[in-house]
Ligand binder design. Structure first.
Ligand code: PLP
Length: 359
């Protein structure tokens, strides 16, 4: 029997999401111990989370289901942002909530400003929704006219990452306001907001079609526990709460996220350290003369590679245990995206670049 015939035809044509491999797998493949890897390929927090957060996650009873209403977590997030708990819904990473928004709305089409985070096109494809890509300009700013036309042609949900991954630049509040004037749900994905220091949250008071996405993955160092959230008008949050998996945020993740908020000073100090290191990364790598950084508001930097092949450079760095993300597509040709690490990570990276780069 051919069991594949039960599967939707269009799923067979979908390209899968490019995700990173686990540390142990990478270490085995490359042949270096895990603790010698310099992992700058997934925009993770190189310092991890704090002891008090790890203790909070470890101390909850694991045999009891989580609170489906996410009562304490939503209140704590709301207090952090200065909004009401009825405006917040949490998920298994913000990725889960992006998917939930699509299942809630099932628009004729979605739109996004490319190059950007691949999850928007991936999830639209899985949901069988047409996805419109509106290219950014040469400095990766938004094409507002193009996005307006996409909405005119049926896009009911527009995803804009700000700061954008992998380009690093944030949209201005004026641009987001202009988008909010369109007849569509505007999803502003602020996974890197704590590094940027700007946010569209204040616009929520005025725009009922705005959804702001946030996550604990980056600033709080909790990517492995998977906690993200959406902030929006209660009329949008209520149905999201109603259709989400009841126990989507597990008890350890819930406790860790609340501890991160309660003890955020230490984590936000680390965010400032990472921002300083991001700027040093741009400067040190830019000084090599064949890698040109784009300005970044996030915890990573995109570089143009000149006089060398970005994929060959990434492969040579990998042999030296230094992991970066390389791109070679029409809208991101010959580029590397490098996450900000600790000072010793930048030093290892720069040393490796000197060994493998054009002489
Ligand atoms: C723009 C953007 N949104 C969302 C995410 C994923 O967030 P989470 O870990 O909360 O699913 C990422 C992760 O790289 C990202 O770059």
């Amino acid at each position: 029997m051919d069991s594949r015939r039960f599967i939707r035809d269009d799923i067979q044509d979908l390209s899968s999401y490019v995700s990173v491999k686990p540390l142990e797998v990478l270490a085995t493949e490359i042949g270096v111990p895990v603790d010698e890897l310099v992992k700058l390929d997934a925009n993770e927090n190189p310092y991890g989370t704090t002891l008090v957060v790890r203790e909070a996650a470890a101390s909850v009873p694991l045999h009891i289901y989580p609170d489906p209403a996410q009562g304490r977590l939503r209140s704590d997030i709301a207090a952090y942002l200065g909004v009401g708990p009825e405006q917040v819904v949490a998920g298994t990473g913000s990725d889960e909530l992006l998917d939930l928004i699509l299942r809630l709305t099932l628009p004729t089409a979605t739109a996004t400003a490319t190059p950007t985070f691949g999850m928007y096109s991936f999830l639209s494809g899985i949901a069988g929704i047409r996805h419109v890509e509106v290219p950014r300009n040469s400095t990766f700013d938004l094409d507002l006219v193009g996005l307006r036309n996409a909405v005119g042609s049926g896009a009911g949900v527009v995803f804009v990452a700000s700061p954008n991954n992998p380009t690093g630049n944030a949209a201005t509040l004026d641009e987001i306001e202009e988008l909010c004037g369109l007849d569509a749900l505007i999803v502003v994905d602020e996974a890197y907001a704590e590094f940027a220091g700007t946010s569209a949250i204040p616009l929520l008071e005025r725009y009922e079609n705005l959804i702001v996405m946030r996550t604990f993955s980056k600033w709080a160092g909790l990517a492995g526990l998977r906690v993200g959230y959406a902030v929006a008008h209660p009329d949008l949050v209520e149905p999201m709460l109603a259709i989400k998996q009841p126990y989507n945020v597990n008890v350890a993740a819930d406790a860790a996220a609340r501890a991160a908020l309660a003890h955020r000073d230490e984590l936000l100090a680390t965010v400032r350290t990472i921002v300083v290191e991001r700027d040093r990364l741009s400067h040190e790598v830019g000084t090599l003369g064949w890698l040109v950084p784009y300005p970044s508001d996030a915890n990573f930097v995109l570089f143009d590679v000149e006089k060398a092949d970005a994929s060959a450079i990434a492969a040579s760095l990998r042999e030296r245990g230094v992991l970066v993300r390389h791109y070679d597509r029409a809208d991101l040709s010959n580029k590397l995206r490098i996450s900000a690490g600790r000072p010793q990570d930048t030093d290892r990276l720069v040393k490796a670049f000197k060994e493998v780069g054009p002489k």
